[in-house]
Design a protein around this ligand. Sequence first.
Ligand code: ATP
Ligand code: MG
Length: 403
Amino acid sequence: MVSLPQPAAPTIVAARGDDLSPAVLDAALTTLGLPAATWVDDVPALTHATASLAPRIVIVPVPVGGSSAAFAAFAAELRRQSGVRAIGVASVKDGDTVLAAMRAGVHEFVVLPADDAALRDAIQRVLLLGGPAPSRGRIFTVYSAKGGLGGSTLSLSLAWTLAQRPDGARVALVDFTTTGAGVRVMLDLTPVYDLGSIASRTTALDREFIRSCMVSHTAGVEVLAAAEELDATEPLNAETAARVLEVLRQEFDFVVVDVDHHFADQTIAALDLADRILLVSQLDVSALRSAQRTLGIFTRLGYAREKVAVVVNRRTDRDRIALGDAEQVLGRKVDISVPNDYASCADAITFGRFVQEHAPQSPLVEGVADMAAMLTGEAVTAIRSAPAASSGGSRLARLFARR
Ligand SMILES: Nc1ncnc2c1ncn2[C@@H]1O[C@H](COP(=O)(O)OP(=O)(O)OP(=O)(O)O)[C@@H](O)[C@H]1O
Ligand SMILES: [Mg+2]
């Protein structure tokens, strides 16, 4: 039997769209010494071509606002074809569209009409990614609706725990906060570059540059610190924040993101892209009220219930509010409790160390280990429930009924 040579996979397949000019794309390809693009009529045809031809690069029009059944089907196929790189194009650059593109697994985003240089740069960058797409790391975003509940302490502790795994998981800790001590102070770091360098970058944000802005901690955590001079630097816009997280997700097994309490663009990007959100609260009325409101906002943002894990921080056996009452007012289960250990936490910050390194015997260590196990799905330990405090449940129920 004679085996026929297989046709070589085309380098680039593009879906026709109003603003993507074949002449401009051809000019970009010629400069790069690449063959002309193969064109298909629409996104369903591109999905078919992605499945049947496995081209090196596909160029896909991203629907404005990011949602269409055809685009969702394309995204599902792209996930199956780990060797195919995608460049998303759209005539707008609003946060929803860019985030939808990133979530779909698109590697580069180009605003149309684009000149051949912009297309060439994007093509060059996806070609540089080389090889089959690396596996996607998981993003855990730690959020609390009000200050001082322990969001930063838990972000750092979670990153530390994940970095100690025997499989040598690569862990990034990203500080998207603009208030509070910040990871720079809490870990006594003096990075040369930080998120301010990324925010003020005017040229393309390639992965080498993003990596060069990180600093290695001896505990095995790579840290991307917030800008030191917050006044001098704008927080990241949605597109840049999403780009940073997508790059890190390709480089690391776990990306832990500490975010502000308000819904800034970078906060929403980190929440949107998170595989799991840790909603940090405490067993007091004000913290629970904030958490209750936040769960409502998360629902309106379209987050699935399972995406969110509720963490009660600073548990003691003297809590005024019982866990069961808290669950009743939140309308869901508390996933993890982390014990209170103020001395260890406060001392660790004073010495610029991870709590686990400063106070290995702290009960917080085990609490955060349970949290990490829950997130990675390796072992779900039952919440150690402290004895229920006399609850005053009915008053509490009335209080929280006022949404
Ligand atoms: N489990 C815990 N036990 C005891 N103290 C804790 C615990 N977690 C955090 N703390 C303490 O609570 C205070 C606030 O913690 P942290 O800075 O982590 O909170 P935050 O939510 O990041 O606050 P901010 O709004 O300032 O960013 C700190 O003094 C910290 O040491
Ligand atoms: Mg903080």
